[in-house]
Structure formats: C-alpha cells, structure tokens
Unconditional design. Structure first.
Length: 195
C-alpha cells in the first residue's frame, strides 16, 4: 500500500471512529516520534492523551451548557474575604464534591444579597470543571414550573425529569409554597439516597 493510500485510509478510519484530535495531529506526532526515536507505545500514548484531553474539554463544555449556570458567578468572582474563615474553608470543601458522593443536600441560608446564589453557582462551576453534572435554576422559576406541572397533572413527570440531575442548585426561596416544593424534591433525594 502506498503512503498516500495509507494516509487517506487512516484519516478516513479516524473520522469514522470519531477521533478528531488524533486525526489532526497524528502526522506531526509521527514525525516527532521518528525524530526523537520514540517507541510505538510512547507515540500511541501521546495521541491517546491528546484525544482524551479534547473529549474531556468537550464534556465540560457540554455539561456547562446543560447546567444552566450563569457564566459570571464563579468562586473566583466571589469576594471570599466577605466570609468568616471557617465558611471559606467549607466552600473549598464543597467545591471538591465529596457531599455528592455521600448524597448529602447543601442548604445555604442568609440575608438577601449576601451571595448565597453566587456561591452555590460557583460551587456548581467547580463541579462542572471536575466533569460532574449540575443543574441550576432560579428558585422562582423552578417553583413556578412545579406549580404549573401540578396544575397540568404533569408533576410526576417533572419530578422524574429533575431526578435525572443528581446535583441541583437553586437560589433563594421567598415563599412558604416554594420552600415546601423544594423540600419535597430534597426530601425525595434524601429518602432514596439520591435519585
């Protein structure tokens, strides 16, 4: 088989296998491997690492789009100095995501404008960067959707849809009705050990 046939066939197979990073960089990596006398395994490892990096980055981008998190509300954009020292340490601990593995709920309480939603969104961003799925919705919108679903006899379907997201964040809850609906969802998660 001629080199052009091999190159064309290889590009075709890499496209069929959906390995875009390898397809774009294998020639350069092969030339470098030949120059530096790299072994086959080292050459293959470099290609697969590049492909894995691209897949991971695409996954994070997809998770961020699906999350509904506001882009500007990150832990870095929050003035962490406003918090007491123990609270700042707790935010860092929550951003690691251990509470998700233990299937624990996180509730944030405080005065209006104190940054509860910003911090929860920031923690959500950190979780997304760790390739964990997160769903964010403003509380008022979520409660409105729950009430409309109840009215339209679609409540079970909406709760089932929300159950697909093991990690959810919402903003402040102003009304007693809103609190009861959100406690229903959180209670269901707690009772079942997560969805």
């Amino acid at each position: 088989m001629r080199k052009t046939d091999t190159t064309g066939r290889l590009a075709e197979l890499l496209k069929d296998l959906r390995l875009p990073a390898i397809r774009t960089c294998y020639r350069e990596a092969a030339q470098r491997a030949a120059r530096e006398s790299l072994g086959y395994e080292q050459f293959l490892l470099e290609l697969v690492e590049r492909e894995a990096d691209v897949h991971r980055q695409h996954r994070i981008e997809r998770l961020l789009r699906q999350s509904g998190l506001p882009l500007g509300k990150t832990v870095q954009s929050f003035d962490i100095k406003r918090l007491p020292g123990s609270m700042a340490a707790q935010v860092r601990t929550l951003a690691c995501g251990g509470f998700l593995d233990r299937r624990e709920n996180v509730l944030a309480f405080g005065n209006p404008g104190s940054g509860k939603t910003h911090l929860l969104c920031g923690i959500g961003h950190e979780l997304v960067q760790a390739a964990r799925s997160v769903f964010f919705a403003p509380t008022a919108l979520l409660v409105e959707q729950l009430l409309a679903a109840r009215r339209d006899l679609r409540l079970y379907r909406l709760i089932k849809k929300l159950a697909r997201w093991p990690n959810r964040a919402t903003g402040s809850v102003a009304s007693a009705a809103g609190r009861s609906w959100l406690l229903l969802i959180a209670g269901r998660r707690f009772a079942r050990g997560g969805y």
